[in-house]
Design a protein around this ligand. Structure first.
Ligand code: ZN
Length: 315
């Protein structure tokens, strides 16, 4: 049993409309699900991804209007990176500049070009020019031309005070391998070469202080399990290794278990099925507010408290 890669990354935003405008209007991701935070149904939960919300392409947000900003530090994901084609670097530098997003082209990392910028809440994002692009379902109505579209997650970078225990979890339990290292950056990858989101970088930052998760921070990262049976086996394995794992929780589009890895980052293992077409056709994804069955009876109250939003058009 091995982990193939990331399922999704969940971060915290403040203003929902500004969040939608940035990820759909500027970055060209598809709004694949408009729902509420099942644990706090008066607030949204947005899912962005490729055309069908393929695991490994999904970035999700809890937009909490007025929430304070997080503080970057250890025990959290420092940066979330998407892959782009090497021929798209110029396009993205120009597009970000035109939209008044300050981006820096940083020194190449393990031979790949990196563009770094932050979203309107301060979340650190990277676009990494990759020669081995994963196969994803491209969204034809994206404002970004298909050749330049984001191609799913490249990697996440976790900032840790010490990286050894987290490294051991990735290698001994998840089946990842250390494939590169440079300075304080250690790169681990799954054996699933064609899959998006197969890389996790661990940054060893013993002199940094512990971060605080709020707006502009990643709340948790989810790895994928093939099905519910495999997820239960993961749960058993992690409990045997001494981790404190939640019971299986129904998230409608997947089932989830959560635990805190030794470096302090909240990890989830989410099932690939049933996926986002569970309650909408692929064409309809993101068009209407979807609620889990147990919240349907409260729909009118929920719709009254959620701020109105408008999905940006192709521009
Ligand atoms: Zn999650």
């Amino acid at each position: 049993m091995k982990i193939a890669g990331l399922h999704h990354v969940t971060a915290i935003a403040s203003d929902p409309q500004r969040n939608l405008d940035f990820y759909v209007g500027l970055l060209g991701l598809r709004f694949v699900k408009r729902t509420v935070n099942f644990d706090d149904p008066g607030t949204y939960h947005f899912y962005f991804g490729d055309r069908r919300g393929t695991p490994g392409t999904i970035l999700t947000f809890f937009p909490w209007p007025g929430v304070r900003r997080g503080i970057r530090g250890t025990g959290q994901i420092e940066a979330t990176a998407f892959s782009i084609a090497p021929t798209s670097v110029g396009y993205w530098l120009e597009r970000l500049k035109q939209q008044h997003v300050t981006a820096e082209r940083s020194a190449s990392r393990f031979g790949e070009d990196v563009i770094r910028f932050v979203d309107p809440d301060g979340l650190l994002l990277e676009l990494i020019a990759s020669n081995s692009l994963a196969t994803i379902a491209q969204w034809p109505d994206s404002p970004v031309p298909p050749g330049h579209a984001l191609r799913g997650f490249h990697s996440v970078s976790a900032a840790l005070e010490g990286y050894e225990k987290t490294a051991r979890l990735l290698t001994d339990a998840f089946g990842y391998r250390l494939i590169e290292e440079s300075g304080n950056r250690f790169r681990f990858a799954s054996s699933e070469k064609a899959a998006p989101g197969r890389i996790v970088d661990l940054l060893c930052l013993p002199d940094s202080s512990v971060g605080s998760v709020a707006a502009g921070s990643v709340h948790h990262i989810a790895f994928r399990a093939r099905d519910e049976k495999e997820q239960l086996q993961w749960r058993e394995k992690l409990v045997d290794l001494g981790h404190n794992v939640t019971p299986v929780i129904d998230r409608i589009y997947f089932r989830s278990i959560y635990f805190r890895e030794p470096g302090g980052v909240l990890f989830e293992i989410a099932t690939e099925p049933p996926g986002f077409t569970f309650d909408e056709t692929i064409e309809e994804l993101g068009t209407g507010l979807r609620l889990p069955p147990w919240l349907e009876s409260a729909r009118s109250q929920i719709e009254k408290v959620l701020p109105p939003i408008r999905v940006p058009n192709k521009q």
